[in-house]
Design a protein around this ligand. Structure first.
Ligand SMILES: [Zn+2]
Ligand SMILES: [Zn+2]
Length: 395
């Protein structure tokens, strides 16, 4: 199993670009082969970290990864396994690695930015933002096969926690928050307890501010000091063609707003394919079942069949066997990664009426008596082979 990229970098799915960069630097330094000579494990790790960073630092790749996992970014090492699967030469990785840091550096200095990676000391806990992180929101989105075939843009109305407009999300009536008097903004307190075993220092979330580092003097009355309230918003989501039931799309920071100015969570749109009344789906192909009369199968005919893009004329050639799959190219489902479409297959079968008139009964009796229409009259190997082949396609 290939490791989750977020896991490799040790960041959450809602991590900002900055978080990702920081995590990458730290790990890259830790596992850099210069620091771990002749250590195969470290080298493996270093490659893993680089691969994860390459995807997560690129907005486009990250979006595809969120949506479709490793398959969405088609990474060169996607096959995982023990051996290194093809792909990037380690020297390429190194040059990309140092480029990244030298880009940030004005001349001189360590190419790997030690000072950044180690962190500038001080009391901050690396909390970049205020408030509390909002929660992720998951919704289901039903899609018809027609929508999946071409891709679709949907406008969704969702109920969620939104920023309180009265206090601008601060939770404070006056709009002013102040550094917590108990922890002085650190968000955590040190408690020293003396016991018979010695002195213990315990670091805990500040009880006054709950770890936020800031307090409110006068609470906003509209949101009771939370900075958020229930609201309804419209969200646009672009669904590419070729998605499958259970795929999901992550809309970053479109989930619940965070209390008191915290970062919003993500909105996760889980896709659901509504079964079609006419077609069944087989990957990128759609299958339509068609029944015609025995005479039509033997003599051949032209019929009109529905497709996802409207009715088309289809020729049923003479001597078509039951369960033959006739292909209509290009009328299937668009491929996920652009370029190309699946086909429509028409599975032809013989229609057997349940109820027939006296006249038709007499007609069929004649047919029944006609020796040329019975299989015993033929040793039709070719037809038999065709029949077997057609059955094999989707059985
Ligand atoms: Zn408010
Ligand atoms: Zn505090």
């Amino acid at each position: 199993m290939k490791k989750e990229y977020y896991e490799v970098l040790g960041v959450s799915r809602s991590a900002t670009k900055d978080d990702i960069k920081k995590a990458y630097r730290k790990l890259a330094l830790q596992f850099h082969p210069d620091k771990n000579p002749d250590n195969k494990d470290a080298e493996e790790h270093f490659k893993e970290v680089n691969e994860a960073y390459e995807v997560l630092s690129n907005d486009d790749k990250r979006r595809r990864y969120d949506q479709f996992g490793h398959a969405g970014v088609g990474s060169s090492a996607a096959s995982g396994g023990g051996q290194q699967a093809g792909g990037a030469d380690i020297n390429d990785i190194f040059s990309a690695f140092s480029d990244m840091f030298s880009g940030n550096r004005r001349g001189g200095g360590s190419p790997f930015g030690f000072e950044d990676a180690v962190g500038g000391g001080g009391g901050r806990r690396g909390r970049a933002s205020v408030g509390i992180q909002g929660t992720d929101l998951k919704i289901r989105l039903k899609l018809t096969l027609e929508e999946i075939a071409k891709g679709v843009e949907k406008t969704l109305k969702i109920k969620k926690q939104v920023t309180c407009t009265v206090c601008n999300g601060t939770g404070s009536k006056t709009g002013v928050t102040e550094s917590c008097p108990t922890c002085h903004g650190a968000g955590e307190v040190r408690q020293v307890s003396k016991t018979m075993f010695g002195q213990f220092v315990n670091i805990a979330a500040c009880p006054t501010c709950g770890g936020e580092g800031r307090t409110i003097k006068e609470r906003c009355t509209a949101c009771y000091g939370e900075g958020i309230k229930l609201g309804e918003v419209t969200v646009k989501v672009t669904v590419p063609s070729g998605v499958e039931d259970g795929n999901y799309i992550t809309l970053r920071a479109q989930g619940n707003a965070g209390p008191r100015g915290g970062e919003a969570g993500n909105l996760i749109v889980v896709l659901e394919e509504v079964p079609h009344e006419l077609f069944s789906r087989n990957g990128h192909d759609v299958v339509y079942a068609l029944a015609v009369s025995f005479a039509d199968l033997v003599l051949g005919t032209k019929v009109e069949v529905p497709t996802l893009e409207g009715a088309v004329k289809l020729t049923i050639p003479p001597s078509t066997q039951p369960e033959t799959m006739l292909r209509i190219p290009g009328l299937g489902i668009g491929h996920l990664k652009g370029g190309g479409k699946g086909d429509q297959y028409v599975k032809v079968n013989v229609y057997v009426p349940k109820d027939i008139s006296h006249h038709d009964k007499e007609l069929l009796k004649d047919i029944q008596k006609s020796p040329g229409l019975s299989p015993t009259a033929h040793n039709d190997k070719e037809a038999k082979g065709f029949f077997e082949k057609a059955r094999g396609i989707f059985s």
